[in-house]
Design a protein around this ligand. Structure first.
Ligand SMILES: Cc1cc2nc3c(=O)[nH]c(=O)nc-3n(C[C@H](O)[C@H](O)[C@H](O)COP(=O)(O)OP(=O)(O)OC[C@H]3O[C@@H](n4cnc5c(N)ncnc54)[C@H](O)[C@@H]3O)c2cc1C
Length: 473
């Protein structure tokens, strides 16, 4: 790299340093390439570290503690009502983020990845202009776009920093614990943040446009979560549209429409969690011949190549499952392809986890998807009331479910709802990646008593006989 010039040169320019961008940059540097990584933020981490996965999971861990403590009286141990020091909670979150961001800075520096602060805008086939940074432009041999995504506001409405109508970033700032919070959207972000505020003491009202929470997920997996949310949320209203929001001093007036009625209700705060859109605004993609698909995501092939010569794109900006681990996986593929390795997106299973109480996790195909595709499948469920470990933790309202190909009994999909679903799904991902049959999982010894036994038992069920459950033949 030629330093000290207005226009720098680099072998690989990574635009955006979220989990897609920094994974790409680190892999490229490990493969011996010269890498510069630009971001508008001071430190790497992206939405995931500063406004997404990490702050939400920091708060959700506290929510889990509070909810668990509330349940333990049924087992003979009663805790006092928690006292919440909101400043200390915010400081704890900030400290977690700070330590992780510091780690990423050190990992970048030790690998020799040059970090540049500023906004990159394409101004040619192989150059970007850097706005608001020390460097004015960069010429690259290859570029990897990893600019991520942004929150979507309700039509005709914009999020104001510090306002009472919040996006997920505003909610994670935890300005206060409002008496009443309306959550708009029954996807994972709305459910997770609703759970945080409910545990901290807010009255949660949730509205969802569709007929149920977590649309797209098998209904049997969503059910135990719905039962639990019915206890910690005050109201959950499906088939409801927010048609008007009026923020005023001290509260928000929200007009809600159903097929039967239109009502206006008052809330202290509103969280709008209706999805995210790719962040391509003002990137100058046309200057580099980069095309978008019909939904506005950057079009890529299985090697993460865009239509721009030598330019790749990864992460939320290319669509698919908008998750951090998917972004990182793609980032590494792009780096390897640039290095001349035969890498391609060929994952058979991408896990998705909803960190609610109980958690939900799934990977591979869902039952609904398999039925829509008319696949010849066999489905087996193992209700957690048959699990000794679930019983010891009072966590019997859970389910492990497996979907296999009828003829071969190859595992196509797994879903788990219950405590520690986040950990349990890893075995299923590996099984699907390795092309495992139900028998492979059934014959692998699972420690007792653990929740992982539910995965062995559900696989045994496919074979016709499970130790702790009578299998219908
Ligand atoms: C509340 C919330 C909770 C979430 N929880 C989870 C979770 O538990 N697990 C999970 O897997 N995913 C979770 N996600 C999703 C996850 O955050 C994203 O999938 C992930 O961050 C995408 O990574 P990325 O690298 O594509 O982009 P991002 O993380 O969005 O990073 C993009 C980066 O690019 C920078 N940038 C944008 N434009 C430019 C430009 N022109 N020039 C320079 N820099 C630019 C941005 O500043 C940003 O730092 C959550 C998201 C939210 C909002």
């Amino acid at each position: 790299m030629v330093m000290g010039e207005l226009i720098q040169e680099t072998e690989i320019l990574v635009i955006g340093s979220g989990p897609g961008g920094y994974a790409a940059a680190f892999r490229a540097a490990d493969l011996g390439m010269d890498v510069a990584m630009v971001d508008t933020a001071e430190r790497p981490g992206g939405v995931c570290l500063f406004q997404g996965c990490i702050p939400s999971k920091t708060f959700l861990y506290l929510a889990e503690l509070i909810l668990d403590a509330g349940r333990s009286s049924a087992m003979g141990v009663t805790f006092e009502r928690p006292r919440i020091d909101i400043e200390a909670v915010r400081a704890w979150k900030a400290d977690v983020i700070d330590r992780l961001a510091g780690g990423l800075v050190r990992l970048s520096d030790r690998r020799g990845v040059q970090r540049i602060k500023g906004r990159a805008v394409f101004n040619g086939l192989d150059t970007v202009r850097i706005q608001g940074g020390d460097v004015s432009g960069i010429r690259f041999q290859h570029a990897i776009i990893a600019t991520g995504s942004q929150t979507i506001p309700l039509p005709g409405m914009a999020f104001k920093p510090g306002g009472r109508v919040m996006d997920s970033t505003g909610a994670l700032a935890l300005q206060d614990v409002p008496h009443s919070l309306l959550v708009v959207g029954g996807g994972y972000v709305g459910l997770e943040l609703g759970t945080v505020y409910a545990a901290l003491g807010s009255e949660i009202h949730l509205v969802e446009l569709g007929p149920r929470i977590l649309p797209g997920l098998d209904a049997d997996l969503a059910k135990p979560l719905s039962r639990s949310l019915d206890k910690i949320f005050t109201t959950i209203q499906p088939n409801t549209r927010v048609s008007k929001i009026n923020e005023r001093d001290g509260g928000v007036d929200v007009t809600l429409e159903t097929t039967d009625a239109t009502t206006t209700k008052q809330f202290d705060r509103v969280l709008v969690a209706i999805g995210r859109k790719p962040d391509t605004d003002g990137l100058g993609l046309e200057k580099a011949n980069i095309e978008l698909d019909e939904h506005g995501f950057i079009r890529v092939d299985e090697q993460m190549r865009t239509t721009g010569n030598g330019i790749f794109a990864v992460g939320d900006v290319v669509g698919g499952m908008m998750l951090a681990h998917k972004a990182s996986y793609e980032g590494k593929i792009a780096a390897e392809v640039i290095a001349g390795r035969p890498a391609a997106f060929d994952a058979r299973a991408i896990p998705a986890v909803v960190y609610t109480d109980p958690q939900i996790a799934w990977c591979g195909i869902t039952e609904e998807e398999a039925r829509q595709k008319n696949l010849d499948i066999k489905v087996q469920r193992f209700p957690w009331k048959f699990s000794g470990r679930a019983m010891t933790m009072g966590a019997t309202d859970g389910l492990t479910k497996i979907i296999v190909d009828s003829a071969s009994q190859r595992i196509l999909g797994v879903g788990v709802v219950g405590r520690d679903a986040e950990g349990l799904i890893a075995e299923a991902v590996l099984a699907i990646e390795m092309g495992a049959l139900a028998e492979d999982v059934a014959l692998s010894i699972h420690a007792h008593p653990t929740l992982s036994e539910t995965e062995a038992e559900v696989a045994e069920g496919i074979l016709g006989s499970a130790t702790h459950m009578l299998v219908k033949r």
